[in-house]
Design a protein around this ligand. Sequence first.
Ligand SMILES: O=C(O)CCC(=O)C(=O)O
Ligand SMILES: [Fe+2]
Length: 260
Amino acid sequence: MKNDIMEFFKLPLKEKEAMKQLPGGIQGYGQLFVQSEEQKLDWADMLVLSTHPFASRDIKFWPTNPTTFRDTLDKYSVELRKLTGCLVRLMAKDLGIKNPELLGILLSEHLQSVRINYYPPCKHASKVLGLSPHSDGTGLTVLLQANDVNGLQIKKDDRWFSVKARPGAFIVNIGDLIEIMSNGRYKSIEHRVVINTDKERLSIAAFHSPPFEVALRPFPELIEAEEERYRAITVGDFMKAYMTDRLDGKRLLESLKLKK
Ligand SMILES: O=C(O)CCC(=O)C(=O)O
Ligand SMILES: [Fe+2]
């Protein structure tokens, strides 16, 4: 996967633009969260692809150069779904959720998409951000810092900490949807990407979420003993709100809290 994405981003712009996003769409090569002509853009190119369910795949956006790309992504996404399934089972156990139906919400035909990020170096690195501060609007994200270059930072106690890139290691980020479902026991993590002056950086984020029609709310088993902390919203409505706004920390999730 690493080699295939490196080769893809090395292609001339014209070739990459064959996979260009279409107006109003999310999948494809380009940028996301662009709301205005005046907005300062993040210092990155990205390729966004839906990988699961099969019907959500828009194959015209899947590169054919390198020739192995499609097959590699197919295999990579299947393996990451298995990994996510294991993690979710462990989390459900940790939360004490036994109801198989609830577990099914997390595990059933969930949505999976990947965002492949390419951050070019920048001489004025301190003046740009690779990716603005945000928490992921998903359930669980499995992230690979693909060429082992640092850049990811997480926010803790109002300070930014760098996450060291370790060869072959995945980073698992809790997304906003799991924060809601766990009634805040698991917190989504705010993160951003900073740019290097001399090194390019590549990453692959794989996002996993329940299907659009699922009404997200804290699991009933959890709120028997504690108060409900989040307003219910469907996955589809959450994602729509997330994708049509700019990235801004955990603002959207905060707006769903019942007590501020
Ligand atoms: O490039 C990274 O390390 C982070 C990417 C990320 O946060 C995202 O795609 O949501
Ligand atoms: Fe992210």
